[in-house]
Every structure is written in C-alpha cells, then in structure tokens.
Design a protein around this ligand. Structure first.
Ligand SMILES: [Zn+2]
Length: 283
C-alpha cells in the first residue's frame, strides 16, 4: 500500500511529463475502478492542460485548464507508468498495451502516462477545482505533515485526553493526513514510544518531539524515493516503489538497530494492523 512518500515520489516522477502540458488524448478503458469513473471522463480530459500537479495526503491532484481537478488514488496496487517521453538520457518505447491499463494519457511533450491497476482498488474522480477540498475523499483529512497547520500546539491539542494508543491516533487521517502503518511504526521507534502508549498520556516534550520526527521520517523516505526514481525510471518507466531501510517495520525477531540494545523487534496486532517495535527502546 503506497503511503505518503511513495505517492509524493510518483507525483515528482509525473511532474516533468505532465505539469504545464496539454493532454492531447485521453483513453478510459473501463467504466470503473474501485468506484465508477466520472461520466465522459476521456472527453473531459482530452485537450485540457495540466496547470498544477499537487498532492494532498495520499492523493495526486491535477488541476486542469478546464477548471476541473483530476483526483488520482493509487489504492493498493495502482501503478503509474511513463513511456515515450525523454527521461534524462533515456527514452522508453511505448510498451504493448497491458491488460490492466485502465487510463492512458498522451501528453503534449510526447510522453504517455498509463494508470495500471490489476486489483482495481485505485480510484479517479474529476471535479470542479473550486470544490476539490470538499470532495468526500479529501474533506475530512487532517493537516499535511509538512504544512504550517501541523505543529506541536496542534498535535498536543488533538492528542490531549485521547484514550486510544498513540499508534492508532497517528494513523487517524482526520488528525494527520497521509501517515500509514509503515511510517507510524518507524516514527514511534525513533521517538522511543511504545505503540500501545495512550495518546493522551504523552508528555509535552514527547508530543513536541513527534512533529520533527514525523517530518524527518517522511522526508528521508521521499529522498530515498527520489534516488530510486532516477534508477528505476531508467529501467522500466514505473514510478513509486522502492527499497527502504526500515528500522522496525517487517523486522519481527531481528535484532534492534539501536547500538547497545540487545532486544529483538517484536510485533503486536493493534486494530487489525501489525505494529513492529523494540520493547526495550520504546516505552
Ligand atoms: Zn532496542
């Protein structure tokens, strides 16, 4: 499941072939993904210019010259493929159409952008730009982790008195947008907080420290995505998935990475999701 850093990596990969460019031709090859696709989607996209390509939480938003915004959600298995465009010194030939190529955009600069999703948990919608923030997928989202609205005063306010584990609170998209299971595990490890700790029981200092830790963990992952993007696009034009060096996520039973700690990474299931943590470093 792509989280914020993966989605941001995809957005950055799409920028050079989409932003500022006209969609010469759009093809929509099926009526639905996770939900029905918008009416006349291909017709409404064809000829539109992408004025800006931005991200909100795990969604990519393309603001169009037609005063509409294309919302893209990769879901579990959605992939964005670029072909035909010049990528650095490399040029990807258009591949033969794939079985799961659901939406194909031919861009002004010669690139073809393909949304491929074998499991169809992804979603796309096309709505008036003026009302985009009120879209059902976006309306209830909390502030962006990198935004000005997210700071220690905000975080202390939403965590105060909350009798849920800190793990669940940080996963709550209404409190902070874009954090998923993987990066919350990594954040809590870096913060030295056990995932079971009650959100409302954190000290002022612990809460304050979470803000830069969240930003650092996400920024490092975005950075890793950027370097992998350069390598990966040179091979097959696919964006967004890369090898991480997680400290705790997926490392149950392996030694803790903290120097001097001889504990093993443990796993506990909370609200149906696995939390990985070091029982010694995280209290
Ligand atoms: Zn440890």
């Amino acid at each position: 499941m792509p989280e914020l850093p993966e989605v941001e990596t995809v957005r950055r990969g799409l920028l050079p072939v989409m932003e500022g460019q006209q969609i010469l031709q759009a093809a929509v090859n099926r009526p639905d993904l996770r939900w029905p696709l918008p009416d006349r989607m291909a017709e409404r996209l064809t000829g539109a210019r992408v004025l800006a390509l931005r991200r909100r939480s795990k969604y990519i938003l393309a603001d169009l010259s037609t005063d509409e915004t294309l919302i893209i959600h990769l879901g579990m298995s959605g992939r964005m493929l670029i072909s035909g465009g010049v990528v650095g010194a490399f040029h990807h030939e258009h591949p033969a159409p794939g079985k799961h190529d659901h939406v194909v955009l031919e861009m002004e600069g010669g690139a073809r952008v393909t949304f491929n999703d074998a499991r169809r948990f992804g979603a796309m919608d096309l709505i008036a730009t003026a009302g985009a923030d009120a879209h059902p997928l976006l309306a209830a989202l909390g502030p962006e982790p990198f935004g000005n609205d997210f700071d220690e005063i905000y975080l202390a306010g939403v965590l105060a008195g909350r009798r849920t584990p800190i793990k669940s609170a940080l996963l709550d998209q209404r409190l902070i947008a874009g954090l998923g299971n993987i990066y919350v595990c990594e954040v809590l490890f870096r913060a030295g907080l056990a995932p079971q700790r009650l959100a409302g029981a954190l000290t002022q200092l612990q809460t304050a420290q979470l803000v830069p830790i969240i930003r650092d963990v996400l920024a490092e992952a975005i950075e890793a995505g950027g370097s992998s993007l350069r390598d990966h696009r040179q091979t097959n034009g696919e964006l967004g998935y890369f090898q991480h060096n997680f400290r705790v996520y997926g490392r149950e039973g392996q030694p803790c990475a903290t120097p001097g700690c001889d504990a093993m990474i443990a796993r506990v299931v909370q609200s149906g999701r696995s939390s990985f943590y070091c029982p010694s470093c995280q209290r």
